[in-house]
Each structure stands twice: as C-alpha cells, then as structure tokens.
Design a protein around this ligand. Structure first.
Ligand SMILES: *[C@@H]1O[C@H](CO)[C@@H](O)[C@H](O)[C@H]1NC(C)=O
Ligand SMILES: *[C@@H]1O[C@H](CO)[C@@H](O)[C@H](O)[C@H]1NC(C)=O
Ligand SMILES: *[C@@H]1O[C@H](CO)[C@@H](O)[C@H](O)[C@H]1NC(C)=O
Ligand SMILES: *[C@@H]1O[C@H](CO)[C@@H](O)[C@H](O)[C@H]1NC(C)=O
Length: 240
C-alpha cells in the first residue's frame, strides 16, 4: 500500500518548501514545536450531528505511520486548545480491534476529496501532493476537550468528547464552509475540483461508526472505593 509511510512522503514534499511555509500560523504562533502540517477541517460531536466544529490542526510526525495533531479553535486570541487528533495509516488501522478502537475513528477520504480538509497558506500543488500521497488513506481518532465555540464557556468545562468526520454531501451546513473559506481566503469548490483526480481508497469497516448507528460518548463514573494512597500515613523523606 502506498499509504504505509506518512513521514517519508511528507518529508519529500515539504523539503521543497521555503523554511517556515510548511506550517503557516495565520493566528499567531501556537501549536506544538516541530509541527509540519497546518490543517483546517470540520468535525461533529458523536451523537450531535448539528454540533459543527471548525478545527485547526497542528501536526507533528511521530513515526512513519503516525501523525499527532494539537487542535485549536479558529480565530480566537489567544488560541484555545480544543482537542487532539491521532492520525494513522490504513495499514495501521487494519491492525486495530474492531470494538473499542476502530469504531472510535474516522476515515479521511471524503474530507480530502470534498475539499473540506484544507491547508491554508500552502501552494495548491503542494497541498494536492500531501492530500493524495499522505492524508487521503489515513484514519483519525479525535477527542475535543474544549468546545469553546459551542459551549461558549470561559473555562474548559465538561469532559472530552469523541468527534466524527463528514463522509458525504448534504451533511455540513454550507454556511459553515463559506465562513471558513472567507476566514482563510479559500474556495472549497475550487479545492474540490483540483482534487478530483485523487483516487478514493476503500474505507476499512469500523471507521465512522455513526454510520452504523453508534453514538460514542465518555462519562465520568463516580463510585465509592478505597481512596487511600499506597504510602498513606508515612512521612515522605526526599533525598537532597
Ligand atoms: C456567547 O456569549 C456571548 C456573551 O454572553 C453572547 O453574546 C453570544 O451570543 C453567545 N454565543 C453562543 C453561541 O451562545
Ligand atoms: C469559488 O469557485 C467557484 C468555481 O471556480 C466559483 O464559481 C465561485 O464563485 C467561487 N466562490 C467564491 C466565493 O469566490
Ligand atoms: C458520588 O457518589 C457518592 C456515593 O453515592 C455520593 O454521596 C456523592 O454525592 C457523589 N458525588 C458526586 C459529585 O456526584
Ligand atoms: C485500602 O488500601 C490500603 C492500601 O492498599 C490498604 O492498606 C487498606 O487495607 C485498604 N482498605 C480497605 C478498607 O480495603
């Protein structure tokens, strides 16, 4: 499979970019050091298809088959850390358990071919290569920790939420895409047309579990148990 190795594919594309262009930071310097990708795309909270989120991903390479992204809310100053996404190759995804793991993840085929997943600031040809050679066949596991936009909260209240990705037309509010396009100076229609030659790899069963009718959410469990620490009652002596 040509999606086996993310890192070499990315490195060979990014090597041709002027220093600094690979991680445009339109809203100031944030995101992890060493980020090689800046992606804007859309998520919705599992079970709440109307909770649409515009997510800015800053991704670092962890291994040949894995990227790790910190997600920030759009256009807030300072940026609010909103979640994390782990991106893996289809080969890696194949090895995972169905229950409990594959069903947490989303595929990226439609996100790429629809033009929803974008790389603001990158030349179109570089974007095309990264989408085709690196991202279209990948899967992502994404939790949002602070839905600043929807909850409208000054503090990160609540618990992390699993989010899903869009897989077809007529799911996401067109307005939402238009606003994103205006913010970044993009045209999703043109991006979609430019990517029309990108092949659609088959989606491995288990991903996008909302399609099977599953709603996956976290919950805090409060149960009475032994809450003593192993060292309870003893004086800790720290060596100097
Ligand atoms: C967020 O709060 C502000 C100030 O209270 C209010 O004007 C705005 O409408 C709220 N937005 C949402 C999405 O609830
Ligand atoms: C985006 O591109 C399409 C196709 O070129 C064009 O028809 C449309 O008017 C553009 N939209 C905007 C907002 O410029
Ligand atoms: C946790 O559970 C205990 C025992 O049922 C209960 O007394 C307590 O109020 C609960 N705490 C919270 C924060 O729900
Ligand atoms: C709770 O755990 C501590 C430490 O392991 C142990 O010494 C203690 O006996 C336990 N208490 C109960 C009621 O099980």
């Amino acid at each position: 499979m040509h999606y086996q190795k993310l890192a070499p594919a990315l490195s060979s594309v990014l090597a041709f970019l002027p220093l600094g262009l690979s991680t445009p930071r339109p809203f100031g310097h944030y995101g992890p050091e060493g980020a090689v990708l800046f992606l804007n795309g859309f998520h919705f909270v599992s079970g709440h298809s109307d909770w649409e989120i515009s997510a800015n991903h800053y991704c670092v390479i962890i291994r040949d088959d894995m990227l790790q992204c910190a997600i920030y809310n759009t256009a807030t100053t300072p940026a609010h850390l909103a979640g994390i996404e782990y991106i893996i190759t289809s080969d890696a995804f194949e090895t995972l358990d169905y229950e409990g793991e594959k069903i947490n993840q989303i595929d990226h085929v439609y996100e790429v071919t629809s033009g929803f997943l974008t790389q603001p600031g990158l030349p179109a040809s570089v974007d095309h290569t990264i989408m085709k050679d690196v991202l279209v066949g990948t899967y992502g596991k994404t939790f949002h920790t602070w839905r600043f936009d929807q909850q409208n909260s000054t503090y990160p209240i609540g618990i992390p939420e699993l989010v899903m990705g869009y897989t077809g037309d007529d799911q996401l509010t067109p307005d939402f895409v238009t606003k994103r396009d205006e913010m970044f100076g993009l045209n999703t229609t043109e991006i979609r047309e430019a990517r029309s030659d990108i092949p659609h790899p088959p989606v491995v069963a288990g991903a996008d579990s909302w399609k099977y009718g599953y709603v996956l959410s976290l919950g805090i469990v409060n149960q009475t148990a032994n809450t003593t620490f192993p060292n309870d009652g003893q004086q800790v002596v720290l060596s100097s």
